[in-house]
Write a new protein. Structure first.
Length: 277
């Protein structure tokens, strides 16, 4: 049996996918710049061939979600992967890519996967719930104040465990061929409401501070975030403020035959694991 190659195999979704596949006794190989089973760097094509060797299915993602990023990296990788014998591709994309500018790297990535000539599945998740416990919102949660230009806008945060479950299924089951799944949680919450859930589970006072978009972007660039990336992230959060993407989708139900995990379930498990202590 050929390997299942998981790019970003040490990241939020990749390590969860690899864990599920390994638990099922499947031959999985993680690839990342550091810490994976094999070194892989999208900016270094010399690392692609060794990672692809022996792979029959691949989970892939584009980590550089910024204006001006090289939108040809994933299409080139897809071509090389198919030539190397990969027959199934599962792409981590994002909600709203279809309406994005043609220069958006995920748009060209989706087009490349759909036109690859092999089996494919595309995942379009909403904001990860784990951003509160493992990623860029964690410092604000721990400090007691999370500043973001989202106002009272709501979004259906999706648990990365659900993303991983859908990805693992798509990598191993034929019934997901040619499907695009929009993945969300079961309910849309504002940042303030989400933080209230975390506060109740941890016994701490945690608040959301709404800030102007320009001030938020300036703070990011002051922390060393490239201006283009700061602009993109700020715009995505303003989309939350303005109600874009607040609709709950049934992608998890379609793919797995069960409802998505609730934000409360995520918080209870993260709190028990000491994520906010």
């Amino acid at each position: 049996m050929k390997n299942i190659l998981v790019l970003g195999g040490t990241g939020t979704t990749g390590r969860r996918i690899a864990r599920r596949l390994s638990a099922d006794g499947l031959p999985v190989r993680t690839a990342s710049r550091t810490g994976g089973d094999v070194r892989f760097d999208l900016d270094d094509p010399t690392t692609w061939g060794p990672a692809l060797d022996g792979a029959g299915a691949m989970y892939l993602l584009e980590p550089a979600l910024r204006p001006g990023a090289d939108r040809h990296r994933i299409p080139r990788l897809v071509s090389e992967a198919v030539a190397a014998g990969v027959t199934r591709l599962v792409l981590l994309s994002a909600y709203g890519v279809g309406e994005a500018d043609d220069g958006h790297p995920l748009k060209s990535a989706e087009q490349a996967v759909r036109g690859s000539g092999v089996d494919w599945t595309i995942l379009q998740p909403d904001w990860f719930a784990q951003n509160f416990s493992e990623s860029f919102w964690l410092p604000g949660v721990r400090s007691g104040t999370l500043a973001a230009p989202t106002g009272d806008g709501r979004t259906p945060f999706v648990d990365a465990e659900d993303i991983a479950a859908v990805a693992a299924a798509a990598l191993t089951e034929d019934r997901h061929r040619g499907r695009t799944y929009r993945l969300t949680g079961p309910a849309a919450l504002s940042f303030g409401e989400a933080l209230d859930v975390i506060a109740a589970a941890t016994g701490r006072t945690i608040r959301h501070l709404d800030v102007p978009a320009a001030a938020f972007a300036d703070r990011l660039t002051g922390e060393g975030v490239p201006a283009a990336a700061a602009e993109l992230l700020t715009g995505l959060l303003v989309d939350v403020r303005e109600g874009r993407g607040a609709t709950v989708a049934d992608g998890v139900q379609q793919a797995l035959g069960r409802p998505p995990r609730s934000f409360e379930q995520f918080v209870d498990e993260a709190a028990a694991a000491g994520r906010w202590t």
